[in-house]
Design a protein around this ligand. Structure first.
Ligand SMILES: Nc1nc2c(ncn2[C@@H]2O[C@H](COP(=O)(O)OP(=O)(O)OP(=O)(O)O)[C@@H](O)[C@H]2O)c(=O)[nH]1
Length: 236
């Protein structure tokens, strides 16, 4: 009878934080995840971060889409990084599954990029950005995949989103509230949003951005620089 089988239950995936040091003893790249609801500006944030930081850091990006490579193709079209620095994962299922439950495809993409840039003369990478597919307020990354996470919401989604909470809003290392340029058109009170975000997040930082504006990504880029300074200092 099949119930005599030893593996009655499927094996569970468990992932612990990825080793911060490579096999060759060097500190690996800092891995930052970007998640958030559909259309809030995750790809726009990744693109703007690459433009702001690519002259000072060696960067690679992993994008996640359900059935397509659209986000990767957008980044390629915009030429924010050379093609060999962009990898696309097709999740084929709920986006959060691939960043939280079974992270193997994403982990492989990150490790392949790291390996490709570890050769003499071309590396190593300083920073890998992992962009999740658009999901809902509960989407968070496994700590086995990223070292820190950014959650992107926007003012067009309504000013009650920070108040509603959810793990993305309350626990992300950085909460980005994007499209502040639209606030007057959708009747959103940015100060109220800031107050609600503080009430949910305590000391955790919040950045307001308008990515269409010149240098609109600056608060996020500064936060990334700060994270990276800690990451490299910890290695010393
Ligand atoms: N007005 C305004 N539009 C923005 C801003 N940032 C992004 N957008 C626009 O919002 C739309 C969605 O942006 P994306 O970056 O594709 O959003 P996303 O979160 O990656 O979307 P999914 O991957 O589909 O979940 C695009 O048309 C962007 O041009 C902003 O600060 N202000």
């Amino acid at each position: 009878m099949h119930l005599d089988h030893q593996d009655t239950f499927p094996e569970r995936h468990t992932y612990s934080a990825a080793d911060p040091v490579r096999a060759d003893g060097r500190r690996r790249a800092l891995r930052i995840g970007l998640g958030g609801p559909v259309g809030t500006g995750k790809t726009a944030t990744v693109a703007a971060l690459c433009r702001a930081l690519r002259d000072e850091l060696s960067i690679a990006v992993v994008t996640n889409d359900i059935y397509t490579r659209e986000d990767a193709e957008f980044l390629l079209r915009e030429a924010v990084l050379p093609a060999e620095r962009i990898a696309a994962v097709e999740t084929g299922a709920c986006p959060h599954t691939a960043i939280r439950d079974d992270i193997s495809a994403n982990l492989e993409a990150v490790e392949d990029l790291e390996a490709a840039f570890s050769a003499e003369g071309v590396g190593p990478l300083d920073l890998v950005l992992v962009e999740s597919g658009g999901d809902n307020l509960t989407a968070t990354f496994s700590k086995g995949l990223v070292d820190a996470q950014i959650f992107v919401i926007d003012v067009a989604g309504g000013d009650d989103i920070p108040r509603k909470g959810g793990p993305g809003v309350t626990t992300a290392d950085l909460l980005v509230i994007n499209k502040t340029d639209l606030a007057p058109y959708v009747g959103v009170d940015l100060e109220g949003m800031a107050r609600d975000a503080r009430a949910q997040r305590g000391e955790l930082p919040v950045a307001f951005t308008a990515l269409k504006a010149e240098n609109g990504v600056k608060p996020v880029a500064d936060w990334v620089r700060h994270q990276l300074a800690h990451w490299t200092a910890d290695a010393a």
